[in-house]
Design a binder for this molecule. Structure first.
Ligand code: HEM
Length: 238
């Protein structure tokens, strides 16, 4: 099917000099928390990792406590729940895949920790997918009748088979209230959560890029040094 390639969105972490925009990562975290976490887990990320997004230790503790994680009732020893602590991992929305599939028209919402790595051009793909819901065009249906969404499926121009089991999760401007006053348009929320999910997939992305520069400078220096020592060593040979 003629699905579209992701749009090229501008991100602060693009390119060799890329850096995180911590305000954006915090906004994206809020979108994940208030919207995506209803269905998608983030199982490789610990709540303490939020400390890397510019929150203070006290804020991380308070933020962790807003999540409910599985625990044990200290009085009865029965399975129970308790507020999260920084050492906990992000809790999963469903107890298992059967429950996840049952709640989502038989499709299991994938874990989002690594999704921006698992899909080609993943950051742009996530941002595009969230804003790519529109009804199939007449021309498309004329050529590909199978592109019509079946029951419980939603048409999306960026999804490879063009129909997926995820209803549009971002549906109205202001769906999330940003703490920094940024206007929460659908496009803004999609971009911010895509940035956040890029951080979850590769928290060391910026460090990796920054490490490259001293390495290149050292290699250049070592090459020049090697050149001069070579000319010295062989100076006597005519
Ligand atoms: C699939 C992101 C909210 C249910 C996906 C995929 C991504 C994604 C990237 C994978 C698409 C692929 O396989 O390439 C998000 C984000 C959300 C969000 C960033 C929040 C802004 C939700 C919510 C629900 C949901 C709230 C449930 C009500 C699903 C399901 C699938 C899916 C069932 C599997 C679809 C299929 O394979 O047909 N989501 N999602 N998502 N999502 Fe979400």
């Amino acid at each position: 099917l003629p699905y579209e390639h992701p749009q090229d969105v501008n991100f602060s972490f693009d390119g060799p000099f890329g850096t995180w925009d911590y305000g954006q990562l915090q906004r994206g975290y809020k979108v994940y928390k208030e919207v995506c976490s209803a269905c998608h887990s983030l199982k490789f990320v610990a709540l303490r990792n939020l400390g890397e997004l510019g929150y203070t230790e006290a804020q991380v503790k308070a933020e962790a406590a807003t999540w409910t994680v599985p625990g044990i009732d200290p009085n009865t020893g029965e399975a129970s729940t308790r507020p999260g602590e920084p050492t906990d991992y992000f809790p999963k929305p469903y107890p298992n895949n059967v429950a996840a599939a049952a709640a989502n028209n038989n499709a299991i919402p994938p874990d989002l920790s690594l999704i921006t790595k698992a899909r080609a051009d993943g950051t742009n793909y996530v941002a595009s997918l969230l804003t790519g819901y529109r009804p199939p065009s007449e021309e498309l249906l004329a050529e590909h009748p199978e592109a019509a969404p079946g029951p419980g499926l939603y048409h999306n121009v960026y999804f490879p088979n063009m129909n997926l089991a995820m209803a549009p999760p971002l549906t109205s401007n202001g769906q999330v209230t940003y703490d920094d006053g940024t206007e929460a348009t659908i496009g803004q929320m999609a971009t911010d959560v895509a940035a956040f999910l890029t951080w979850t997939a590769e928290p060391t992305l910026v460090k990796r890029k920054q490490t490259g520069w001293p390495v290149l400078i050292f290699v250049l220096f070592a090459t020049i040094l090697a050149w001069f020592s070579k000319t010295q060593i062989w100076a006597a040979v005519k």
